[in-house]
Ligand binder design. Structure first.
Ligand SMILES: C[S@@+](CC[C@H](N)C(=O)[O-])C[C@H]1O[C@@H](n2cnc3c(N)ncnc32)[C@H](O)[C@@H]1O
Length: 286
């Protein structure tokens, strides 16, 4: 299996990992948070970030984060490729960005720009499970007409705030991804690029249960029905579960009627000293 690697960029760095933790820099702030797969020993055990991070995820009820004086707990702005967005420590150890997605943002930026050049129109991009919307902003900035769907209203508001920072327009939808997709199929709507980054387990706005094993085939098949043509582009990012990645790939390809060629890759972040930290898997069109 090939590996897609996100390297550190100006405003973000994976400095080190180990002892089931990762040490990262977001802008100028050092953050330590859990990473269950980092079973090894840190490469830089004496790094000041391990000793005195600006934020340390404790994860206890009523005591979620330890903050050093001076860190803006309400968030601070960082950027990728001049797209600016807000990051902040959240109760579930997330920071408002999945940095490993940057290697997919590069692919998305190129995919959209090539489409505009070749087709002479704005591609329609559907970003499902879109979270704080950085992928939506990458596509919009490159010239796409973007629809962003997430079940969480507060997260879609955060994405909308990120869009305002960049004066970019996006169509925002707070809904259960599958419900929205089926409605779009009934309407006969089509998309040129579909992005999906479902959690292993999640809930829709009305408490609808999302479990990837249970809904993977339906998600893939419905995505296939929403694609404009077989030239349409797909990205499914997924996380380690009980199901092997090859099994996920086989299920998705079969549900798409084997009409679309997809590469199965592992997705990694690269540390300062060069080691890779795997964060998930991807199935992506060429
Ligand atoms: C792993 S995050 C996506 C990260 C995103 N792709 C990114 O790069 O920023 C998963 C997202 O799925 C959303 N979610 C969970 N269950 C959902 C559902 N049933 N329908 C739509 N969104 C859902 C969560 O609110 C969360 O924002």
């Amino acid at each position: 299996m090939e590996t897609l690697v996100t390297k550190n960029w100006g405003d973000y760095a994976l400095i080190d990992s180990g002892n089931r933790l990762r040490l990262e820099r977001f802008g100028r702030f050092l953050v330590v948070r859990p990473d269950t797969s980092a079973l090894w020993k840190p490469m830089q055990p004496h790094h000041e970030g391990w000793q005195q991070p600006h934020a340390y995820f404790v994860g206890e009820k009523g005591h979620v984060w330890d903050f050093q004086k001076g860190i803006p707990e309400a968030g601070w702005e960082i950027s990728w490729n001049s797209i600016r967005f807000l990051v902040k420590p959240t109760p579930f150890r997330h920071m408002g960005v999945f940095p490993e997605q940057a290697v997919h943002w590069e692919w998305l930026d190129e995919t959209v720009r090539t489409f505009v050049k070749e087709q002479g129109r704005a591609p329609k991009v559907l970003n499902l499970f879109g979270y704080t919307g950085i992928a939506s902003l990458v596509a919009a900035k490159a010239g796409a007409a973007v629809t962003h769907v997430d079940a969480s209203k507060s997260t879609v508001n955060w994405a909308h705030e990120n869009a305002k920072r960049n004066k970019l327009e996006v169509r925002w939808i707070v809904d259960d991804a599958l419900k929205f997709m089926h409605r779009e199929v009934r309407r006969g709507t089509k998309y040129d690029v579909i992005l999906m980054d479902p959690p292993v387990f999640g809930r829709g706005p009305k408490g609808e249960i999302w479990r990837i094993e249970a809904f993977l085939a339906e998600l893939a098949q419905t995505a296939g029905e929403l694609l404009e043509t077989e030239k349409g582009k797909l990205l499914l990012n997924f996380y380690a579960t009980d199901v092997y990645p090859e099994a996920v790939a086989r299920t998705v390809k079969q549900s798409l009627g084997n009409k679309i060629s997809l590469d199965l890759t592992s997705l990694c972040l690269q540390e300062e000293k060069g080691n890779l930290l795997q964060t998930g898997y991807s199935l992506r069109s060429h």
